[in-house]
Structures are given as structure tokens and as C-alpha cells.
Design a protein. Structure first.
Length: 95
């Protein structure tokens, strides 16, 4: 994830856009994992918050971009994160 943020930074994506963009990708991945796990094990998706938190947990010394992005994401409430995800999705659709 640190590498992904570095690549986004290298091509000029500001952190204010890169962190929510990666957040959207992480949410998509964790939701897919939880959905597949539910189908395979029959257990509910209560693991999504744990999967998400583990995905964005970062040592600022080793992964400074990820730690900074995670700090930004933690300042947004659920509706703000959803709004950012929808804006990112719609910008992608509209090119």
C-alpha cells in the first residue's frame, strides 16, 4: 500500500486524492474478501472493520505515506468517506 501511494504521488496525484482513492480500493478489496469468506465459511461480515484497520495500520517510520493517508482517512466520518468514494467512482466513470 505504501508503494501504491508512492506510485500515485510519483504521477502527480495529491495526497488529498490519493489517500481516499486507495481507501476506496481497500474497501472494495475487504468487502470482496468478507463476501467470499461469508460464502465459504457461513460466518457474517463482521470482520470488515478488522480487515480494514489492519490494511491501513502502518508504522510511520517504515511507511510514511500510508501512515499519513491513514491519519487523513481517520479524520473523515463514515458519510464523508462514502462521499469521497462516490466522487472518485464518478470521476472515473466520467473520465
Amino acid at each position: 500500500m505504501e508503494r501504491c501511494l508512492g506510485l500515485l504521488e510519483a504521477v502527480g496525484v495529491p495526497q488529498r486524492q490519493a489517500a481516499p482513492g486507495l481507501d476506496t480500493l481497500i474497501l472494495l478489496i475487504t468487502a470482496t474478501i468478507a463476501e467470499q469468506d461469508t460464502r465459504e465459511t457461513g460466518e457474517g461480515p463482521e470482520t470488515i472493520p478488522d480487515l480494514y484497520e489492519a490494511a491501513i495500520a502502518a508504522d510511520p517510520e517504515r511507511r510514511p505515506r500510508l501512515a499519513a493517508g491513514a491519519a487523513l482517512l481517520r479524520t473523515l466520518d463514515g458519510s464523508e468517506r462514502l462521499g469521497e468514494s462516490i466522487r472518485i467512482f464518478l470521476r472515473g466513470l466520467t473520465g
